[in-house]
Design a protein around this ligand. Structure first.
Ligand code: ZN
Length: 305
C-alpha cells in the first residue's frame, strides 16, 4: 500500500464496517475504455512469472515525482536506464508491453528468471535503484523515533533512537477484524516489555517501548505481514482486514494510491495483481488484463465459515 498526502477527511470506524458487510461491494468489471480517458497500460506475462514485477511497475509508474526523478538521471546505470526505457514505453504505449527484458536488465538480487519473486522485495530494490541515498530527497523516506523507558524502581531513564527506512511493516492478526488505521495505531502504541536490562540503573525489569513516525516523504509504503511460520515453513494467514482509503497519524493524512495483492498460499508461488488509482478511478490490473474497481476487504476464512 502506498499513499500520497492529501487534505481530506478521515475515513474510519463505522463507515468502513459497512463496506465489509456488503453495502459497498467492490465493483469489478472489465474496464470500459469509453468511460475513462486514462487507463493503465497492460504488462505482458507469457509464462515468465513476472507478475510480481508488473504489479510493482503499475504502482510506481503513475507517481509523477518518481517518473521525474528517473528521467533526471543524465548518465544512468544499466538499472536506471532500463527503468527509463520501460517508463517511456508505457508512456508511449497503448498495447500491452513485454516487461521481462527490462526486468532482466535491471538486475534484481537473487532473482532467477522464470521463477516467482517477492513483490515487496522487488519494490524495495527498485526504490533503492532510483534513490540510492535515503535522504530527504527520497519520496519514500520514513523517520521513526523509537523510545525505551525504564520502569525499574522509578528510574524512568529514556533511551531514544531515530531510524530511517523506505517502508513500514505492520503485523496483522488473524483473530479479529482490523483496518490499516487500527494497525498503525497499534504499531505506534506504547507496549510494556518484560526482561529489559537498563544501563542507567543496572537492573532487569519492565520497560515501556514506543515507535513514533515523526516524518514521511510524499509516499508511504506499507507491507502487511500476512505470513507466519509453522514448523519452520512460511504459511499465509487469512486475516479479516479492510484497507482504508485514507489513513491519519499525528495530523498527517494520506490517501491510498495502490495495493499489491498476492493470491496463493506460499511466498514463492501464486499470482500478484495490482490495484491502482488513475485520474480518480480505481483499476485492478492482472498483467495485461485491466478491470474496473479494487478489492478493499479481505475476509477471514475462519470467521466467515
Ligand atoms: Zn533504569
Amino acid at each position: 500500500m502506498s499513499g500520497r498526502p492529501r487534505k481530506s477527511r478521515t475515513f474510519r470506524g463505522s463507515q468502513l464496517n459497512s463496506s465489509l458487510v456488503g453495502e459497498r461491494q467492490p465493483n469489478i468489471d472489465k474496464a470500459d475504455t469509453k468511460s475513462y480517458n486514462i487507463l493503465p497500460v497492460g504488462l505482458l506475462n507469457r509464462g515468465e512469472n513476472v507478475c510480481f514485477f508488473n504489479s510493482v511497475i503499475q504502482l510506481l509508474y503513475p507517481l509523477t515525482s518518481l517518473s521525474t526523478k528517473i528521467q533526471s538521471y543524465s548518465v544512468p546505470n544499466n538499472a536506471v536506464f532500463s527503468l527509463q526505457n520501460l517508463f517511456q514505453a508505457i508512456k508511449n504505449g497503448t498495447n500491452p508491453i513485454k516487461t521481462s527484458t527490462y526486468l532482466l536488465n535491471i538486475g534484481i538480487p537473487d532473482y532467477l528468471f522464470g521463477t516467482q519473486y517477492d513483490s515487496h522485495e522487488c519494490l524495495l530494490h527498485l526504490i533503492d535503484i532510483i534513490y540510492p541515498v535515503l535522504d530527504n530527497n527520497c519520496i519514500f523516506k520514513i523517520d521513526m523515533l523509537s523510545s525505551v523507558t525504564c520502569e525499574n524502581n522509578g528510574c524512568n531513564n529514556i533511551v531514544e533512537s531515530l531510524n530511517s527506512s523506505m517502508a513500514l511493516t505492520l503485523n496483522v492478526d488473524e483473530s479479529h477484524y482490523q483496518t490499516i488505521n487500527n494497525l498503525l495505531d497499534s504499531f505506534m502504541s506504547t507496549q510494556l516489555v518484560p526482561d529489559y536490562r537498563c544501563d542507567r540503573c543496572s537492573s532487569r525489569g519492565h520497560c515501556l517501548k514506543a515507535n513514533t513516525i515523526v516524518n514521511t516523504g510524499d509516499v508511504l509504503v506499507i507491507q502487511l505481514s500476512i505470513f507466519k511460520y509453522i514448523n519452520g515453513i512460511s504459511t499465509k494467514i487469512s486475516p479479516y482486514i479492510n484497507i482504508d482509503e485514507t489513513i491519519s497519524f499525528y495530523g498527517n493524512t494520506m490517501s491510498l494510491h495502490g495495493i499489491i495483492y498476492h493470491d496463493g498460499e506460499q511466498t514463492n508461488s501464486g499470482h500478484y495483481t495490482a490495484g491502482v488509482k488513475l485520474n480518480g478511478n480505481w483499476f485492478t490490473v492482472s498483467d495485461a488484463l485491466i478491470l474496473n474497481g479494487i478489492k478493499l476487504s479481505c475476509t477471514s476464512k475462519t470467521i466467515n465459515k
